[in-house]
Ligand binder design. Structure first.
Ligand code: NAD
Length: 297
């Protein structure tokens, strides 16, 4: 029987387990807070931000919602980030990507105080992750580690294959999988758009993480018997639904499920975990900034 990994349930348990740390902070008079900055009128980005705000409210994190006109000068965004960096009541800062073309996403990520960079994308935090001394693990790969652990899969000594080499998913995922630490110690291959004979590599994986952004590109023939398959993809494809589209992953779920030992669905797999781990990092940030030793799940 294939184990269907329930991301909603694991995310819910992370949120519940965070209450210990949130109570410890409250005992010291601290309420963690996250500022989300949106410089876009893209409906998907607006939805992502409002979901993050709702998540914060649910666990008792203060959510500060800042909207910047997408047509505004980049300096308006930098000034906002400066203010948030200097505001001791703000523990985490998240600038929703993508930013408009006239703003450099790279510069934006560098402008955020690395101690408040709860996405974990600032070069200082990337460096710390690579060095095995992560301050904030990026939310999606961290959530995947928790999902794999929840499925009772030990990564140590296993062959892991990550399809995708983006800065937000593929690279940090591979870095976590090779760390000499729980959830790591895997022999890890990173595949990407120039990889040849992809199926040969994915079939060898004990743990397969698909993060290419290509709808259903990994089918059952590309999955090894009993593998743990983590589908990161969120792709809109045209469909005969009310909205005119449906969301599918990078994995062809039906055929992969026949072969995999465990698999995440889309939706309800990695997505909820990404959101839960943002809360985790925000609570961690509040503890670090107030020098309070909190117990994190
Ligand atoms: P990206 O476009 O930045 O990177 C995609 C990577 O896949 C690239 O490194 C590219 O080399 C590789 N790739 C593309 N086509 C390939 C192919 N045919 N074969 C092998 N490799 C190929 O994307 P991203 O930001 O890493 O996101 C990947 C997917 O995950 C997207 O669908 C995105 O929406 C989704 N995503 C989901 C979550 C979540 O919380 N579930 C979070 C982030 C991203």
């Amino acid at each position: 029987m294939t184990d269907i990994i329930d991301g909603d349930a694991v995310a819910q348990s992370v949120r519940e387990d965070l209450s210990t740390a949130i109570d410890q902070l409250a005992d010291a008079g601290v309420q963690p807070s996250l500022a989300t900055v949106l410089m876009s009128d893209d409906p998907a980005s607006e939805t992502y931000v409002s979901m993050k705000q709702d998540d914060c409210a649910e666990v008792g994190i203060e959510a500060i919602d800042i909207d910047i006109d997408p047509g505004a000068d980049a300096s308006e965004l930098y000034d906002t980030i400066d203010d948030l960096n200097g505001d001791e009541n703000v523990n985490g800062i998240l600038v929703q990507m993508p930013v408009p073309d006239h703003v450099s996403d790279r510069e934006v990520l560098r402008a955020i105080d690395p101690r408040k960079d709860v996405d974990g994308f600032h070069p200082e935090n990337v460096g710390r992750l690579v060095a095995g001394d992560a301050r904030y693990k990026p939310c999606t790969p961290h959530g995947i580690q928790k999902l794999v652990e929840s499925a009772g899969v030990d990564t140590e000594g296993k062959d892991a294959v990550v399809v995708g080499r983006s800065d937000i998913v593929g690279k940090p995922m591979a870095n976590l999988l090779i760390q000499k630490a729980p959830g790591g110690n895997a022999t890890t291959t990173v595949c990407h758009s120039r990889t040849q004979n992809l199926a040969e590599k994915t079939r060898n994986a004990d743990i397969l993480v698909a993060a290419a952004g290509v709808p259903e590109m990994i089918d059952g023939d590309m999955v090894g018997e009993g593998a743990t398959v983590i589908d990161v993809g969120i792709n809109r494809v045209e469909a005969d639904t009310e909205k005119g589209y449906e969301l599918v992953g990078d994995v062809d779920y039906e055929s992969a499920k026949e072969v995999a030992g465990a698999i995440t669905p889309v939706p309800g797999g990695v997505g909820p975990m990404t959101r839960a781990m943002l809360l985790y990092n925000t609570v961690k940030a509040a503890g670090l900034q107030h020098d309070i030793d909190v117990d994190l799940p």
